[in-house]
Structures are given as C-alpha cells and as structure tokens.
Ligand binder design. Structure first.
Ligand code: HPA
Length: 271
C-alpha cells in the first residue's frame, strides 16, 4: 500500500509547482468552491494512477491545486463514498496521498441530516466531534509507523483553535452557525424515524455518509482538522408527509455554499 501511495504522490508532484499546505474536501453541492482557486491545476481522478475507479461513468471528480487566500491548497471536487462500494482503504486513499504531498491541514465539508431539534434546514454546523458508525475501520490491518501510530488517541480530533476562528469569521460576517457532533454511517439509505431517534440518543447532532473515514486517516497522520456540515434536511421535518430526496440535499447545500465558502476562505487565510 505504501508504495502505491508514494507513486501517486510522485505523479501529482510532477504536475504542480507548489506543494499544497491545506487540503479541502468538498461535499455534496459544495463543489463550486473549487472555482475560487487561482492558477488552478486540475487533475481528473481517472488520470491519477492508483486512484479508485469511479462507479459513475464520466463523473469521477478531480483534484484542484492552486492558491486560495494566499495559501497553496488542493481541493477534492468529489469524494469516494463507502456506499459506492469502495473499501475503506480506497475511500481514504486520497488523504494518504495528501500526506506525502506535504499537506498538514485538512478542511472537510459534507451534507448532513439534522438530529438536534434546534437545527433547521439550511443551517451550517461546525463539527466538534464525531461518532464512527461505519461497519469497517480505515485503520484496520497492518499499521505503517511512517503514517502514524497503531492506537491513535481520538480525544482532540477537531482543532479547537480552528473552531474558534471559524466562529469569529461567522460572527464578523453576520452568519449564524451551529456546533455539534457528526455521526457517520455507511448509507446509502437515509435513516428511518427510529434510527434518527437512536442517533439523537447516542448524542449526535447531525448524520451523514462520509467524513469520518477521511478524518480518522488524516488524524492518524497528524493533520490538523476542521469540519463543517450543511444541514440539508432534518429528522423532524415541518412537513412530516414530505420525503428527503438527493436533489433536495444538493439544492440546499448549493444555497448555503456562499456562506460556507466565506468561512472556509477566512479560515484558510488564518490557518
Ligand atoms: N442522513 C444521512 N445522510 C444524509 C442526510 C441524512 O438525513 N442528509 C444528507 N446526507
């Protein structure tokens, strides 16, 4: 595995002039953020050796390297979800590669369902902690000490300073943000009413199908992490007859994108 990761990193290094310091994973409906990157070098996933092969023909996504808020960044436009059939080593492969590109700081975003009764559709939530509810662990198997320790401490995964900075940026710009705990599960089904209630009892504020695997691997490698969710639907909707569709999730995330972008740009500047 290590050899493949390094080969892929070497391939990407040959494509770029400046090594990225910050990586941003763009969740559902938030892909437009990548267009803000200056002097962009775009590399399609399908052209990157050893990258997972997309399950969706022609829509595999891309890495966007360049400058944002004065920093060298790389954005993942599109991520690999466990529900698509990838195993956890594949889902987190890009994060491993980023380590060998020199990335030290990771920003993750996602679309999530709100569990906290105070949350409304269209809210943003800064992730303060997570619950790993996936059936497979990304660090299962032989540990490579070059990447990280066998038994990582998980008590301080989401960087407290970044959370403070993001809250200040939101406040200064009149943007309201929630804070809370994200629970990640395999999907692709959304939750039944009983499952939403269970996750609330667990102590989670939002639920989704991503982020946790990438964050675990990034933390294993010693990266500093900031995470943010767009609450695209809530577990107790005002219209109980309504259903949550993927289109709705993407629409709501798209509407929130400018506010999310503002916070992320400001944070990158101060990281
Ligand atoms: N559950 C799981 N994943 C999601 C949801 C949800 O309600 N909304 C957006 N992604």
């Amino acid at each position: 595995m290590l050899g493949k990761i390094k080969d892929t990193a070497d391939f990407l290094k040959s494509k770029i002039k400046n090594r990225p310091e910050v990586a941003v994973i763009l969740g559902s409906g938030l892909g437009g953020f990548g267009n803000k990157i200056e002097n962009a070098v775009k590399v399609k996933y399908q052209d990157i050796p050893n990258f997972p092969v997309s399950t969706v023909e022609g829509h595999s996504g891309q890495l966007v390297f360049g400058k944002l808020a004065g920093k060298n960044v790389v954005a993942m436009q599109g991520r690999f979800h466990y529900y698509e059939g990838y195993d956890m080593k594949e889902v987190t492969f890009p994060i491993r590669v980023m380590h060998f590109l020199g990335v030290k700081k990771l920003i993750v975003s996602n679309a999530a369902g709100g569990l906290n009764p105070d949350f409304k559709q269209g809210d943003m939530m800064i992730i303060t902690d997570h619950i790993n509810n996936f059936p497979e662990h990304p660090l299962r198997g032989k540990n490579f000490s070059e990447l990280g320790v066998r038994f990582p401490d998980m008590s301080k995964v989401y960087n407290a300073e970044y959370i403070k900075i993001a809250e200040k940026i939101a406040n200064d710009n009149g943007i309201s943000v929630q804070k809370g705990i994200y629970i990640g599960s395999s999907g692709p089904t959304l939750e039944t009413p009983a499952e939403y209630r269970l996750f609330r009892i667990f102590g989670a504020d939002a639920t989704g199908m991503s982020t946790v695997p990438e964050v675990i691997v990034a933390h294993h490698q010693g990266m500093k992490i900031f995470g943010m969710s767009v609450i695209t639907n809530v577990s107790e909707p005002s219209d109980p007859e309504g259903e949550t569709t993927h289109e709705e999730v993407q629409d709501v995330a798209g509407d929130v994108e400018p506010k999310m972008t503002k916070i992320i740009e400001g944070l990158i500047e101060r990281m």
